[in-house]
Design a protein around this ligand. Structure first.
Ligand code: DGY
Length: 326
């Protein structure tokens, strides 16, 4: 029997089957809830490998208590729930699943943009509450997206897929803020790299596609919203903590920006009492960006293959820090 793998949640079957066929001993969950920290430590101590996701807080304490782990395989492209620095210090490789959820997440960003621009979630609630009385020529009008400017914050795979959708559907001008230039986006979509203030000032829609890091945490705060157009839409399908949720709420209330579409919030889960849920121009989803059968199946397969490849030949196809393998 090979190493023991702890699955921290109920995951799509594909990866589990791949691991079992490769001879790994797999511990599956039946209740689909995140472990409490002490449970996670106690369970991880009985296993060699963690197959985990963003709802698992794998912080310094957990890693120090589980320094025997041989691999942490993250089922997600984001890994801000893991103290990768500490894992690396302990010689534990961390893998992830980039690319698997590109189309699924871009669809959610695109959908939220349209939903917020036409107040769709609010209009849906109107029907449910019996407030659809008649056709109204003037009530609760939305805004159109054709020929507007899309500002992408973090132009990686998902940002590119969102930009392609916006260019194709609405002929939007694309500007982006990113650490490095993206020649493919510039050639294919005529995208233009700009500084952060220009992104804020020129965009009609700002869509976030960045990792959560110390540099991006809270970047969209009061000062940023103040620089945006009062007609602008703010879309976040990346991580909730990239925006300051109190400042976002205030900015929407004060009319500093026009609307927002969020698939991620801070904290998660969002409280059902959040004022954002009562706002007409806001559409919120419960972090379902990668939630398609195709994407989640692929993520599960990639996580399993990251594990198997490491133990078969010492290589990880998608390692967060490949240098830990040397
Ligand atoms: C990811 O992969 O990081 C996503 O947020 C999960 O949907």
């Amino acid at each position: 029997m090979k190493q023991k793998v702890l699955l921290t949640r109920v995951y799509p079957d594909k990866g589990i089957q791949i691991l079992k066929e490769a001879g790994y001993e797999v511990t599956e969950r039946t209740d689909d809830r995140p472990f409490e920290q002490d449970e996670l430590i106690a369970e991880a101590q009985k296993h060699d490998i963690l197959f985990c996701t963003l709802s698992d807080k794998i912080d310094k304490h957990v890693i120090q208590q589980c320094s025997h782990l041989e691999h942490i395989a993250q089922f997600a492209v984001g890994y801000d729930n893991i103290d990768v620095e500490e894992a690396t210090k302990q010689g534990i490789p961390v893998s992830y699943t980039p690319g698997a959820m590109t189309e699924a997440t871009a669809d959610v960003a695109f959908g939220l943009m349209i939903a917020a621009s036409r107040k769709m979630f609010f209009q849906h609630k109107n029907i449910l509450s019996g407030n659809w009385k008649t056709f109204s020529p003037t009530a609760d009008l939305g805004i159109e997206l054709k020929n507007k400017t899309l500002g992408i914050f973090g132009l990686g795979r998902i940002g590119m897929a969102m930009a392609e959708r916006c260019k194709g559907a609405y002929n939007m001008d694309i500007i982006y803020y990113s650490r490095s230039a993206k020649p493919e986006a510039e050639q294919k979509l005529g995208a233009r790299k700009v500084d952060f203030d220009t992104l804020l000032q020129e965009s009609d829609v700002i869509s976030l596609h960045t990792a959560l890091t110390p540099e991006t945490k809270g970047v969209f705060d009061k000062r940023a919203f103040e620089k945006m157009k009062s007609t602008a839409l703010f879309i976040n399908t990346a991580r909730g903590a990239v925006h300051n949720e109190k400042d976002l709420t205030e900015a929407l209330k004060a009319g500093l920006i026009w609307g927002a579409g969020l698939d991620v919030t801070d904290p998660e889960p969002m409280s059902p009492d959040s004022p954002l849920l009562q706002m007409k121009n806001v559409a919120v989803l419960p972090h379902i960006g990668s939630g398609t059968i195709e994407a989640r199946t692929k993520m599960s397969e990639m996580a399993a293959r990251n594990i198997i490849s490491y133990f078969d030949n010492g290589e990880i196809p998608f390692a967060v820090k490949p240098e830990v393998l040397k």
